[in-house]
Design a protein around this ligand. Structure first.
Ligand code: NAD
Length: 263
């Protein structure tokens, strides 16, 4: 798989899966635009890549705000040329609240970031890709986009929404040279719980011990592989879906979960 000189934008690229995806695409020749609401984190990712002699720039955007999404994508295209790959990865957890515990404002904020953010990122990317008749969109869903566990009500609803949005876009754009797929990771150690708490503020509980795969014993009983995955496991799946080799793959939800969902 090579992405030589292709512009690939990765949202939520300041940490975790997004950073690993940015690094993996850059290592295979892409020019990466690292987008994050945390500008310093996006810069760190770009710098890591540039220090290796590969190419990247950083952009700040809150993916739930269309004006900020537009500004970041426009700047990247101005600097680096045509947009070939859009990875809508930015997301937050929701405190694992069920409906009766979740207030409306938290519900709306999580849906805004996790689902509307994918819509806005895709819409802005499509404005670049449709006139050229080519492009790859890869969205970050989750096992929580397929199962009723792995998050609270808003997170699970948003991730199911990402799976559905991916399918709709795949059908709509298959004849116009654009593939749209999503990845559904299982349990991968990242800063997701901590960052989500910072981003959502005091309305969410300490998430460090919440969820279904928080200790080794739970992981062993839940996941047939008996261990958590790595950010690289997910990044290589994204690279495949973003590659020329995946030209006939569209509307797919690629599960990367050590067998969790196959159970
Ligand atoms: P992370 O917290 O390490 O990285 C997420 C990044 O997204 C952070 O840098 C954060 O600043 C950024 N971000 C959050 N809201 C944003 C916004 N509105 N606009 C722009 N950037 C924003 O977490 P991660 O685990 O790497 O999560 C990445 C994606 O993977 C998320 O969509 C998450 O739901 C999904 N996911 C993670 C796991 C897991 O086990 N880690 C499993 C399934 C799915």
């Amino acid at each position: 798989m090579t992405f030589k000189d292709k512009l690939a934008l990765v949202t939520g690229a300041g940490s975790g899966l997004g950073r690993a995806i940015a690094e993996a695409l850059a290592a295979r020749g892409a020019v990466v635009g690292a987008i994050d609401v945390d500008e310093a984190a996006a810069r760190d990712t770009a710098q890591l890549i540039v220090e290796r002699g590969e190419r990247a720039s950083a952009y700040r955007a809150d993916m739930s705000k269309s004006s900020e999404v537009d500004a970041a994508v426009s700047a990247a295209v101005r600097e680096h040329g045509a947009l070939e790959i859009m990875v809508n990865n930015a997301g937050v957890l929701d405190g694992y609240f069920s409906v009766d515990e979740m207030d409306e404002s938290l519900w709306r904020r999580v849906i805004d970031i996790d689902l509307t953010g994918v819509f806005l990122g895709s819409k802005r990317a499509l404005a670049e890709m449709l006139p050229r008749g080519r492009g790859r969109i890869v969205n970050m869903a989750s096992v929580a986009g397929l199962n009723g566990t792995g998050g609270g009500a808003a997170y699970i609803a948003a991730k199911h929404g990402v799976v559905g949005l991916t399918r709709q876009m795949a059908v709509a754009y298959a004849s116009r040279g654009i593939t749209v797929n999503c990845v559904c990771p299982g349990a991968i150690p990242t800063g997701l719980r901590q960052h989500s708490q910072q981003i959502l503020g005091p309305g969410v509980p300490d998430m460090s011990g919440r969820g279904v795969a928080v200790n080794d014993e739970q992981v062993r009983s839940l996941i047939p592989a008996g261990k958590r995955g790595t950010v690289e496991d997910v990044a290589s799946a994204v690279c495949y879906l973003a590659s020329d080799e995946a030209g006939y793959v569209t509307g797919h939800s690629l599960v990367v979960d050590g067998g969790w969902r196959a159970r």
